[in-house]
Write a protein that binds this ligand. Structure first.
Ligand code: IVH
Length: 695
């Protein structure tokens, strides 16, 4: 008989050996034991855990095989938003990026962390007391989906932080990075899929494959997909003093057991960055994973904090994209698409062609001037280009291949959807359908925008359903969405199927349609509780993007105050200039917009209003503080929030620009640096006194 103590010790040993083998294989790429041995150890541990469930730990490698499926993903709010990067497509744009940084910081010598731009899916991993507790997708940047169970199956992701002897691990650590599918795994998976005779569907490209795999409700499916991970940033960090640079932070992540790409380097100035771009570009095709460019990040973390953000992108980083991928195909037709504001965009319908990992059937021609400049005609052979996620476009016509008897294209005089005149104002590039909200295409597009994820977020309400709802007369405005009943949806679906002559499952099996309709009704109801900034963005006011919507919501606090604001008052909102202010004031002045808003509120669309928050003010405006060491009466996060509320910026490390350093107990190198630079140092008592005096 083995004793309980022996079994416990054996389980711990197995966990240790499996975790170690895993780390060597998936992170270091230096396997130390044969696969068969690994499997045997795993089976032994599984056996012990099955017999003694109390010995199962939250970081056990047995969790990697995939838990039971869930019904849906919970939502996770990112305490620090997950941002995106601005793009540079040319050397000149990289020069501009660096120049803006030099001007803002008032210094010339810049060091950058230079990194591959991995082409997968951004995620955030949360560790509490060294154990992996939650993983989430980026989602809209503010909140994403809880995919913890799926991420546990990714063997390159540590379930527990590794730590050297006596090494201080953070109480809370969020690591951000990219889940991707290595090319070899992708090819192997597809080979097996092709051999399955249609049972397993092949994956389209590694990027979609990574995203699709992580969004499986059944983690056992994710476990079968060959996913990997690279870390490239941190989010929340508590109970650990951040190093002074991003590159040092990356080294620290490596020590904790995260895969950090060996291609990451640091370089001086623009010249160093461009050098790196060329070097990685030359290696691109030979790399074991897809990349679509490189990323430059200012290495100095306190300088990063000083630069901050514009909208959703940091000023201190940029993605330098590789030239887009191009292909040749033919133009079968040139149509006009009508957007939400009536803009008429000529669009080439193409013979399907595979470009940069996806099949392209449409490409934008932007506007009539562009069509004339390129002289694109129906029947032409053209070069199409696709870069990242942007809409594919026609680059040029292969004139030698032009067939006989083609005609130059002209913008039609009337809207193909509603028949209203298409007009182009003097000095404008864009031609517009003059039908306004009498044009079905404009209504469909504005509802589509209203329902989109970053606006009211009505899940499942795709463009096709909106078209059907409008065409069959169930919806004429956004407010009508909130009046739809289950029966309306089912009837609409039956009529749409009859019209299209389709006998889909929905007709054969009423249950599926009912489920679909119930889900949609629930999603619509769910969207009623929103926030003012989402609502403002959803309205589709010309020029008002998400960042402006946020600014307006913060500045005015409530909708009535905003609707009553004059153009002058609107211009007090950060980043609102005279043109945008005029657009906003005009929008809210229109009776039909005011009616639509009143109707939406009547149907129950609501948000919590708040006090207006005008531009930061307060005794610490223009000052930058740094927190170091432990505080007794409040957490670092609380102290940071309080200082920010008084107008201060709070940075991560000490520099010449630091105005004061708050040093708690056991303050370390930052305190030394502050003393060295002669920066004012506050102890906790001084901080509390200051807060009391000013709050
Ligand atoms: S840093 C604040 N570094 O690119 C900056 N992102 O457009 C946060 N990505 O969502 C991102 N490789 O999915 C960063 N080395 C890298 C990256 C990288 C790929 C992706 C990531 C992000 C997107 C931003």
């Amino acid at each position: 008989m083995t004793s309980v103590a022996d079994t416990t010790a054996r389980a711990a040993e197995l966990r240790q050996r499996l975790t170690d083998a895993n780390y060597r294989y998936h992170v270091l790429d230096e396997p130390n034991i044969p696969d068969a041995d690994y499997d045997a150890l795993m089976r032994e541990l599984e056996g012990i855990e099955a017999a003694h469930p109390q010995l199962r730990t939250s970081d056990s490698p047995t969790l990697r095989v995939g838990a039971v499926p869930s019904r849906e993903f919970a939502t996770v709010r990112h305490a620090i938003p997950m941002l995106s990067l601005a793009n540079a497509f040319s050397e000149a744009e990289v020069e501009d990026f660096a120049r803006r940084i030099r001007e803002r910081l008032g210094r010339d010598d810049l060091r950058f962390s230079v990194e591959p731009k991995f082409d997968g899916l951004a995620i955030s991993l949360r560790y509490e007391n060294a154990v992996f507790v939650q993983g989430a997708t980026r989602g809209d940047g503010e909140s994403g989906e809880d995919v913890t169970a799926n991420l546990r199956t990714v063997k390159a992701i540590p379930l527990r932080l590794r730590s050297g002897k006596n090494e201080n691990v953070p109480r809370v650590l969020e690591v951000r990075g990219e889940v991707y599918m290595p090319r070899a795994g992708f090819e192997k998976y597809n080979e097996a899929a092709r051999a399955s005779g249609g049972k397993v569907k092949p994956l389209v490209n590694p990027r979609n494959a990574a995203a699709g795999s992580l969004r499986q409700l059944d983690p056992r499916i994710t476990a079968r997909r060959p996913l990997a991970f690279y870390a490239y940033a941190v989010g929340v960090v508590e109970g650990f003093e951040l190093p002074a640079t991003h590159s040092a932070m990356m080294r620290q992540l490596g020590e904790w057991g995260f895969p950090v790409s060996k291609l990451i380097d640091t370089k001086r100035g623009v010249a160093g960055c461009l050098d790196y771009f060329r070097r990685i570009g030359a290696q691109r095709d030979a790399l074991p994973f897809d990349i679509d460019g490189v990323v430059y990040k200012l290495d100095d973390l306190s300088a990063q904090a000083e630069l901050g953000f514009v909208g959703r992108t940091p000023r201190w980083a940029i993605a330098h994209k590789f030239p887009a991928q191009e292909q040749v195909t033919t133009v079968e037709a040139i149509d006009v698409q009508i957007g939400r504001t009536g803009a008429a965009t000529p669009t080439a319908r193409l013979k399907p062609v595979f470009v940069g990992g996806v099949t392209v059937t449409n490409a934008t021609l932007h506007n009539a001037d562009q069509v004339a400049r390129l002289d694109v005609r129906v029947g032409d052979t053209v070069i199409v280009r696709r870069a990242g996620d942007v809409i594919p476009e026609v680059v040029s016509v292969v004139m030698e291949k032009r067939p006989a008897r083609t005609h130059a294209w002209k913008m039609p005089a009337h809207c193909p959807v509603c028949g209203s005149a298409i007009v182009r104002d003097a000095g404008e590039v864009v031609a517009r359908c003059s039908g306004g909200l009498s044009c079905a295409a404009q209504i469909v597009q504005s509802i589509f925008h209203f329902a989109s994820r970053r606006a009211m977020d009505i899940e499942g309400l795709g463009e096709r359903y909106i078209e059907d709802l409008c065409e069959l007369g169930y919806v004429k405005s956004v407010a009508d969405l909130y009046r739809l009943s289950l029966d309306d949806l089912l009837e609409m679906k039956r009529r749409a199927d009859a019209r299209d002559g389709t006998t889909p499952e929905t007709v054969r099996n009423g249950k599926i349609a009912t489920k679909w309709a119930q889900n949609l009704i629930a999603a619509i109801a769910h969207s009623k509780a929103t926030t003012l900034d989402r609502f403002l963005y959803a309205l589709g006011i010309p020029d008002v993007g998400e960042a402006t919507a946020k600014g307006l919501a913060r500045h005015f606090g409530g909708l009535d105050a905003l609707m009553a604001a004059t153009a002058e008052e609107l211009m007090q909102v950060p980043d609102v200039g005279p043109i945008m202010a005029a657009h906003i004031a005009t929008f809210f002045g229109e009776p039909h917009n005011r009616r639509a808003i009143a109707q939406l509120r009547k149907t129950g669309v609501a948000w919590v209003e708040s006090e207006p928050q005008r531009e930061a003010q307060g005794p610490l405006l223009g000052k930058t503080g740094v927190l170091t060491g432990g505080l007794h009466s409040l957490t670092r996060e609380q102290a940071k929030a309080k200082l920010e509320a008084l107008g201060a910026k709070v940075a991560g490390s000490v520099s010449k620009k630091t105005s004061f350093v708050v040093a708690g107990s056991e303050a370390g190198s930052k305190l030394d640096k502050a003393r060295e630079l002669g920066v004012e140092v506050w102890d906790e008592a001084r901080l509390l006194e200051f807060l009391r005096a000013h709050e």
